[in-house]
Design a binder for this molecule. Sequence first.
Ligand SMILES: *Cc1c(COP(=O)(O)O)cnc(C)c1O
Length: 374
Amino acid sequence: MEFRDLKKQYAILKPQIDAAVATVLADGNYISGSCVQSFEKELATYVGRKHCISCANGTDALVLALKAFGAGPNHAIFVPDFTFFATAECVSIVGATPIFVDVDKDTFNMCPKSLEAAIEEVKKQGKLLPFAVIPVDLFGLLANYTEICQKAKQHKLLVLEDAAQGFGASFNGKMACSFGNISSLSFFPAKPLGCYGDGGAVFTDDDDVAALLRSLAVHGKGQDKYDNVRIGYNSRLDTIQAAILQVKLLAFPKELALTQKAADAYTALLQKSVCTPTLPPGHTSSFAQYTIKLNSEKQREQVAAALKANGIPTNIYYPRTMQNQTAYKNSPGGKMVPCPNANALCQNVLSLPMHPYLTLEDIEKVSQAVLCAL
Ligand SMILES: *Cc1c(COP(=O)(O)O)cnc(C)c1O
């Protein structure tokens, strides 16, 4: 059994993907070919944003967004303590300071109360200016934007939605990549919408911000590419990847429905015995991960070992909080607020195989193995 079966997806979409790639190869416009533009339009329409600007990967998407915000030294940027490293890394790359905020123990997403406490603490210390917040749509569930955006407004913070794992999720019909001032997306192969290499995108409804993002992504270009008006990056989505993504985007709604069906099947089999993913009212999840919570680190070890013995792969997302990463050991943004939930999750979470092409048999086999190991 595969943790995420990318080969099966390719086998199903092979005729269309091979044809799309062949068209690009024959066309010869390997950078900024016409399908990059058409893909950006299709993606903006899907998520309900005015602008989509593609780039080289999801980490660059975050960096470009922060650069467009004007983030830099002396800025405090609030990030969840329980996420993938890039969410904090981008802050450090632009010279600002990540402030680590606790997460909700049920949704695993940034806790608005902890955010409030962290903002107050930064203000009290008086060394950094509270500047922006980066809520993450962890494991495919949208963050609590209702409360986070309200606090952001109150404290004049910019909001950057890290939707790397959220693509396809919604809250009251509003799609991931449409929250906050800018949203960022990753097309890393294992993400909900993955390409066959690295890729990413940023989204905004603001025309000026969109123009700035486009300039930043291509060497700070002005009127044309040999007119450089600012220091930027070389961060573009390859034409081949855009062509592949166009095929995958067409298949995505069906795949999303299959993924959600697989999640429902897991939940039905497991919810009496273990803590299964929470879906607050109004939310749909893209289930980038199906993550259960065990009672202890020891029980998690036991379950993971039993699954492994049955040929079932599992992963721990994430074994370490951000502020416990070696790179952030002495960071001033650590220990601003207590993060007990983030620490507990690192010991208790376990992600099970999850993808659109899991069979009911697979799901039953995994669930049986989990239940037997408890
Ligand atoms: C994957 C991921 C990123 C980074 O995306 P890359 O394309 O790998 O650079 C950023 N944030 C989160 C939450 C992610 O899961």
